[in-house]
Design a protein around this ligand. Structure first.
Ligand code: ARG
Length: 467
C-alpha cells in the first residue's frame, strides 16, 4: 500500500511536538479554517497585543520582549492590511499570525503563546468580531428605518389612505403612513436585540487557557479593560465552550431577516399589477431576458429569500451545540461559518431593501380605489353603537345590509336610506358620513391608532428612537 501523500509545504504548526509523523492531507483539508476565519485577523492582533502587555505585567516576559511582540504584531497587521494572503499550509488565522510574527521578530515570537491557547483566543476574537458586527448592523438597520420614516412622513403629509388587510382580505381603511410604520417598529425591536447580543458577547474568555485557566499571574481585569469587554468569564471551562453569544446574534439576525422578508412581501404584492399600490424604481429592479414589459423587484425577493438562509444558519449552529461535551471541541470551529454568512447576508440585504424602498412611489389613487364602502362596515356598526345599540345587534344589522348590497351587486353607500332604516331604526340621514373612508381613519385617534394625529405622534416617537 502506498503511504498517503504528506503535505509538501513546510507547515507552521503550534502543536507538532508530540507527533513523529506528519498529518494526512485529508485531515489538513478538513481541519483548515483559514478560508473562513481569516477575517478575524484584526481582532486576533488586537487581543494578542493586549496579551503581550499582560505577559509583561505578570513578569513572564521582559519589557523589551513585550515591546518586540507589540511592534511585531503591528508589522504583521500592516502586512495583512497591505493584502498579504495566507499560505496553503496555514491552518487558521491564529497559526497564520504566529507564522508572520516569527517572520517579523524571530524566536521571541514564541513567547506570545505563553499561558494561552487557541481555545480562549478564538473565543475572544469571535466575541470581538461579533461586538463590532453588531455596531455595523445597527447602522444598516437604522438607515433602512430612516427610509421608512421618510416614506411615512410623505405619505402622512399627503393623507394617503389604503386598505389594511386581515386574512389577506381588505379589512379597514388606514393611513398608508401607518402601514409603513408597522414595519418600522419591528426593526426598532431588532436594534434592541442587537444591543443585547453585543452585551452578551462582551464577556472576556482570554485567560481561560485551553480549558483550566492560566498558570501565570496575568491580570484578566487589565485585559478586560484594554479590550473593551464588560465582564470577565466566570468559569474557564464555560468560557471555551460557550457559543451562546453566536446563537443569540444568529437568532437576532433571523428575526431581522424575517421582518425584512415581510416588508419585502408587502411591497412585492403591492407592486403587482393586481394591486398597483406601489411602483418600483429603475435602480432596484431588473428586466426579463424574454418579456420586455417586466420590472422585477429582485432586491426585495432576495430579501424575502434570505429569511430562509438565516434560519438555516441559526439551526445549524444550534444543532452543532446540542449535546457537545463541555470544554472546547473542534465542532465549534463551524460557528464562524454560520455567523459570518448571516452577518454578510444581512449587510447585503439591508441596503438592498433600503434602496428599493427609497425608490418606491406610492399610488394614492390606486390605494383609495381599493377602499369600497363595505370596508366601512365596522364604522357603520360603531355608528349604531354610538346611538345606543348593543354591539351584537349593531353587527347583525350591518351584516344584513352588507348581504343586501352584495345581492344587489352595489356598494353599501348605494343602498337607499330606507334600506338602512329597515335594518335598524337608529340609522339617520347622517349614516352616509359613517361610510367615508377618510372619516373612518380620522376617528381612530387613540395612541397607536391610524388617525392622522396619532400617526403624527407616532412619527415623532419613531424619530426619537433614531436620534
Ligand atoms: N480554528 C479553531 C476554531 O475556530 C481555533 C481553535 C483550535 N483549537 C484547538 N485546540 N485545535 O475553533
Amino acid at each position: 500500500m502506498t503511504a498517503l501523500k504528506l503535505v509538501d509545504a513546510p507547515s507552521h504548526k503550534l502543536w507538532g511536538g508530540r507527533f513523529a509523523g506528519d498529518t494526512a492531507p485529508a485531515l489538513d483539508a478538513v481541519n483548515r479554517s483559514i478560508g473562513v476565519d481569516f477575517r478575524l485577523w484584526p481582532f486576533d492582533v488586537r487581543l494578542s497585543k493586549a496579551w503581550a502587555i499582560a505577559l509583561w505585567s505578570a513578569g513572564v516576559v521582559t519589557v523589551e520582549e513585550s515591546l518586540a511582540l507589540e511592534h511585531g504584531l503591528d508589522a504583521v497587521a500592516a502586512r495583512l492590511r497591505a493584502g498579504v494572503q495566507p499560505a496553503p499550509s496555514d491552518e487558521d488565522v491564529h497559526t497564520l499570525i504566529d507564522r508572520l510574527l516569527h517572520e517579523e521578530i524571530g524566536d521571541v515570537a514564541s513567547k506570545l503563546h505563553t499561558g494561552r491557547s487557541r481555545n480562549d483566543q478564538v473565543a475572544t476574537a469571535t466575541r470581538l468580531w461579533s461586538m463590532d458586527a453588531c455596531g455595523v448592523l445597527d447602522t444598516a438597520v437604522r438607515e433602512l428605518q430612516q427610509v421608512m420614516l421618510a416614506q411615512a412622513e410623505s405619505l402622512s403629509a399627503a393623507n394617503v389612505i389604503m386598505p389594511a388587510y386581515t386574512h389577506m382580505q381588505r379589512a379597514q381603511p388606514v393611513s398608508a403612513a401607518h402601514w409603513m410604520l408597522a414595519h418600522f417598529w419591528p426593526l426598532d425591536r431588532d436594534r434592541v436585540r442587537l444591543a443585547t447580543a453585543s452585551r452578551t458577547a462582551a464577556v472576556l474568555p482570554l485567560g481561560s487557557g485551553a480549558v483550566a485557566g492560566c498558570a501565570f499571574p496575568i491580570s484578566r481585569v487589565l485585559l478586560q479593560g484594554s479590550l473593551g469587554f464588560a465582564q470577565l468569564s466566570p468559569n474557564s471551562i464555560d468560557a471555551v465552550s460557550d457559543r451562546d453569544f453566536v446563537a443569540e446574534l444568529l437568532f437576532t439576525l433571523s428575526m431581522l431577516a424575517i421582518h425584512l422578508s415581510r416588508v419585502a412581501e408587502d411591497l412585492i404584492i403591492y407592486g403587482s399589477s393586481e394591486f398597483g399600490f406601489v411602483q418600483f424604481g429603475d435602480a432596484f429592479t431588473t428586466g426579463s431576458s424574454m418579456m420586455p414589459q417586466k420590472r422585477n423587484p429582485d432586491a426585495l425577493e432576495l430579501a424575502r429569500g434570505s429569511g430562509g438562509r438565516l434560519l438555516g444558519d441559526l439551526t445549524s449552529l444550534l444543532a452543532t451545540l446540542k449535546g457537545l461535551p463541555s470544554g472546547y471541541n473542534k465542532d465549534l470551529q463551524d460557528d464562524k461559518r454560520a455567523l459570518f454568512d448571516a452577518v454578510d447576508t444581512m449587510l447585503l440585504v439591508l441596503p438592498g431593501v433600503a434602496g428599493a424602498l427609497a425608490e418606491c412611489t406610492f399610488r394614492a389613487d390606486r390605494m383609495k380605489s381599493a377602499l369600497s364602502s363595505s370596508k366601512m362596515a365596522t364604522d357603520l356598526a360603531d355608528y349604531l353603537v354610538g346611538k345606543g345599540a348593543p354591539v351584537r345587534e349593531a353587527h347583525g344589522a350591518v351584516g344584513a345590509l352588507v348581504r343586501q348590497s352584495e345581492e344587489a351587486g352595489v356598494e353599501l353607500h348605494a343602498l337607499p336610506l330606507k334600506a338602512f332604516r329597515a335594518a335598524h331604526a337608529s340609522f339617520g340621514a347622517d349614516v352616509f358620513d359613517a361610510l367615508s373612508a377618510v372619516a373612518s381613519v380620522e376617528r381612530r385617534e387613540t395612541e397607536g391608532g391610524t388617525g392622522p394625529g396619532a400617526v403624527r405622534a407616532q412619527i415623532v416617537a419613531a424619530k426619537a428612537t433614531l436620534a
